[in-house]
Design a protein around this ligand. Structure first.
Ligand code: SF4
Ligand code: ZN
Ligand code: ZN
Length: 313
């Protein structure tokens, strides 16, 4: 029977990449330490920061919220975006509310429909007319409204639950498709390059989804069990692929991401010039864009037009 490397008690989790097993208490401590070190190494948070933590109800963001709520010197503000996905959004909200209640935090809820006049269910229904996959529209909407909410709530930074699995799959996808722009923009800290762009940080950059799942299980956090009905498997397959490689070569994803940050990104920046971009402001909303009207406003306009103005906000 495996023993915890810190106290010798019976282990409940084994991490192959770290060649270590842990008891419940020391596993929780290990994950919290890793996040703390990642935050420090990349200079993600500053004392006095008011950190808006985007929670979706999934294991990654709930683990992130629980971990950050234990940090001293920062103010944590949890935010849930109600995307209006029937049956699913309600369940996600409940999972977030439950954890916030336990942590004694006030959950901020941003309702997409009452704010902008449409839901993700609408985006799904209108998918053929919009000529854009629902997840792509949803991703655009989430990025926009998270930033919008962060500004409204006067947050100094926005923390999201992107994990090592997400980031390594996304980076590999960009390598495979030769997307230099996205490779130059990626990383654990995205500085706001415009007065209306809040700094974004990813404290779980070096923590895997396996670890967040185990963290939730062992700390009593109950993430939503349902999956979004619109989920497509594209990036997921890359995640699975990397998961298989990880089984054969533990630590490969961490190594890949360190290679990306230390070697690949600087080399690309030297070859192509680092992207500072997005100097302009949207004519309609004032948010950053390289065009006259930002992608969100263009999407919103089209959606409201297709909805016939009946639910115009
Ligand atoms: Fe949005 Fe797609 Fe995620 Fe569902 S699976 S929440 S539609 S991005
Ligand atoms: Zn132990
Ligand atoms: Zn706009």
């Amino acid at each position: 029977m495996a023993r915890c490397i810190r106290c010798g008690r019976r282990a409940v989790v084994r991490l192959r990449y770290a060649r270590a097993s842990f008891c419940r208490e020391h596993f929780l401590e290990y994950v919290e330490d890793r996040v703390r070190k990642t935050v420090e190494r990349f200079g993600m948070l500053r004392g006095g920061d008011r950190v808006l933590v985007a929670v979706s109800g999934g294991k990654d963001s709930l683990a992130l919220l629980r971990i950050l709520s234990g940090f001293e010197g920062i103010e944590v503000v949890p935010l849930f975006i109600d995307l209006g996905i029937s049956g699913y959004s309600e369940e996600c909200l409940r999972a977030c509310e439950e954890l916030c209640e336990e942590l004694g935090l006030e959950l901020q809820v941003y309702d997409l429909e009452s704010r902008h006049g449409f839901t993700v269910d609408d985006l799904a229904r209108l998918e053929p007319k919009l000529g854009r996959p629902v997840c792509s529209s949803c991703g655009l909407v989430k990025r926009y409204v998270l930033n919008e909410a962060a500004l409204e709530l006067e947050a100094t930074c926005l923390a999201t639950g992107h994990t090592l699995d997400d980031e390594s799959a996304y980076t590999l996808h960009n390598v495979l498709t030769g997307n230099v722009d996205q490779l130059l923009r990626g990383g654990p800290v995205l500085e706001g390059r415009h007065p209306k762009l809040v700094r974004k940080v990813k404290p779980l950059y070096e923590v895997s989804t396996f670890e967040t799942g185990e963290y939730c299980r062992l700390s009593g956090v109950k993430p939503v069990s349902a999956e979004c009905p619109y989920r497509v498997e594209k990036v997921l397959r890359l995640k699975e692929l990397l998961g298989h490689v990880e089984e054969v070569r533990p630590g490969v994803r961490l190594g890949f991401m360190r290679f990306y940050l230390k070697r690949l990104k600087p080399a690309l920046a030297e070859a192509y010039g680092s992207k500072v971009g997005e100097a302009g402001s949207c004519r309609l909303c004032g948010f950053p864009t390289s065009r006259e009207v930002c992608s969100f406003c263009r999407l919103k306009e089209r959606v409201l037009e297709l909805l016939g103005g009946s639910r115009r906000a």
